[in-house]
Design a protein. Structure first.
Ligand code: ZN
Length: 75
C-alpha cells in the first residue's frame, strides 16, 4: 500500500494508522530513520520477540511476545 503525503514546513508527515498498527507503533514510540540512496526508511525501534520475530509494543520491553508466552503456558 502506498500513500501520497505532503511534508509540512517543519519537515513532518503523518504516518497512516494502518502502517503504525502493522508494525505496532503507538504515540510517543521511537522510530529509527535512515536514508539509502533516494529512499527514506522509517522503522520501529521496538524489541522483536526472540521466538517468533514479531515486533512487540515498546512499553512491554520483554524478550518474548505475549502470544508466544501464552503458547508456552498452554503446552
Ligand atoms: Zn513471539
Amino acid at each position: 500500500m502506498e500513500y501520497i503525503k505532503a511534508i509540512d514546513k517543519l519537515g513532518r508527515i503523518a504516518l497512516p494508522i494502518s502502517f503504525r498498527r502493522k508494525i505496532m507503533l503507538s504515540e510517543n514510540d521511537n522510530v529509527i530513520i535512515s536514508v539509502e540512496e533516494d529512499t527514506i526508511i522509517i522503522r520501529g525501534a521496538q524489541v522483536k520477540c526472540k521466538l517468533c520475530g514479531k515486533n512487540q509494543a515498546q512499553e512491554e520491553n520483554k524478550k518474548i511476545c505475549e502470544s508466544c508466552i501464552a503458547e508456552i503456558i498452554n503446552m
